[in-house]
Design a protein around this ligand. Structure first.
Ligand SMILES: NC(=O)c1ccc[n+]([C@@H]2O[C@H](COP(=O)([O-])OP(=O)(O)OC[C@H]3O[C@@H](n4cnc5c(N)ncnc54)[C@H](OP(=O)(O)O)[C@@H]3O)[C@@H](O)[C@H]2O)c1
Length: 338
């Protein structure tokens, strides 16, 4: 079978295409023919040697997010049968409840082999069934970005209808946050560097939009839009460079799901959190249980992941370069099966 692999993290050219033996499922495992995989900002960090969590560079198969079809099951498998359409969960050990201590050490495409491969074997516990209305490409968009958005909105302080959610930028996590918050009956305020991208955000359910380039002090606009109150939730993908403004955008008692590190900035003065009386919570993707909870909502509301562009398997490195260019809205996908 063909698989991409990386043995060094020296930049966006770190992936190479290789031939490997097709894996066989052992006891409790299933063999999946991967149909599609999707990319995350994390994959740029890993390729550039900047990922702050565990990475095993011994011929690592990249990418965490894949969807495919079960083509064989090992002895003792009870959850699945051949022919089922599935997606892999990001952290193979976090099945439900509170985050497990080794969640980062079982993350696909980082600590362990990922999905940019024609076939992959998974423990039967490490998969969920895809919502029926989604193609493999759409299903491959879900495991990291969508589950992270779900966890940010529901993992600690569950979003309620009528609340206000602030999203930053129009990448994979943020677009899912807009779609999920809109489906929940929340009011969504979306920011972006681009007016054209903001129009797409509006079409997906954003009620108000702010261009953070033309309005660098966007927190004042968030306050104005919310009548001075501030938002109930922020899905914070920027990190150091945006967190102070996100805190200033949040009402007392509001929740900031701290997800990402897209924007550089000065160290935060903790007094900002104290003064705002808000909850800032680090988010690590999410569990299988969260993925399944989210899939029910995605199915109920027939939510379609936004695919910016899909690339052929041979073009996977171009897909990574396209992600790094930052012109996308939503997700970038690689078609693994022809
Ligand atoms: N903690 C976790 O478990 C977890 C899970 C998933 C992702 N993440 C992190 O979350 C972040 C987003 O990931 P992703 O895969 O969604 O990324 P992505 O698809 O690459 O999103 C990039 C987009 O973010 C926006 N952006 C860039 N700089 C920004 C800034 N200074 N302020 C506001 N928006 C900015 C831009 O959109 P516009 O041009 O529209 O502004 C850009 O196109 C990354 O840091 C990633 O590592 C963390």
């Amino acid at each position: 079978m063909r698989a991409y692999e990386m043995s060094s993290a020296t930049g966006l050219e770190s992936w190479s295409l290789a031939e490997r033996p097709e894996p066989e499922p052992g006891r409790g495992q299933v063999l999946v023919r991967i149909h599609a995989a999707s990319l995350n900002f994390r994959d740029i960090l890993i390729a550039n040697g900047l990922y702050p969590f565990s990475v095993n560079l011994d011929r690592l198969i990249p990418l965490s997010d894949g969807a495919g079809e079960i083509i064989a099951v090992g002895p003792g498998v009870r959850r699945f049968k051949g022919g089922e359409r599935v997606a892999a969960i990001f952290s193979q050990s976090w099945l439900g409840g509170a985050q497990v201590s080794d969640a980062w050490n079982t993350a696909l495409g980082g600590a362990i082999d990922g999905v940019l491969s024609e076939f992959q074997v998974f423990d039967e516990d490490g998969l969920v069934v895809l919502p029926d209305h989604l193609s493999f490409e759409e299903g491959a968009a879900l495991p990291c970005a969508a589950v992270t958005a779900w966890n940010a909105l529901y993992g600690a302080k569950p979003l309620k209808a009528g609340e206000t959610v602030l999203t930053l930028g129009t990448g994979g996590v943020s677009i899912f946050a807009i779609q999920l918050a809109h489906a929940a009956g929340a009011r969504v305020i979306a920011t972006s560097s681009s007016d054209a991208k903001l129009e797409k955000a509006r079409a997906l359910g954003a009620d108000a939009v702010i261009n953070y380039r033309s309005q660098p002090d966007w927190e004042t606009e968030v306050r104005r839009i919310t009548g001075g109150a501030g938002v109930d939730h922020v899905v914070e993908v920027g990190g150091a460079g945006t967190l102070p403004r996100s805190i200033a955008s949040t009402r007392a008692g509001g929740h900031i799901g701290l997800v990402g590190l897209l924007a550089q900035g000065e160290p935060l003065d903790p007094l900002a959190i104290l003064g705002a009386s808000c909850l800032v919570r680090g988010v690590m993707v999410g569990s299988r249980e969260m993925f399944e909870d989210m899939n029910r909502v995605i199915g109920l509301h027939q939510i379609k992941p936004v695919i910016d562009r899909s690339f052929a398997f041979d073009e996977a490195k171009q897909a990574l370069a396209h992600l790094a260019a930052g012109t996308h809205v939503g997700k970038i996908v690689v078609r693994v099966a022809a």
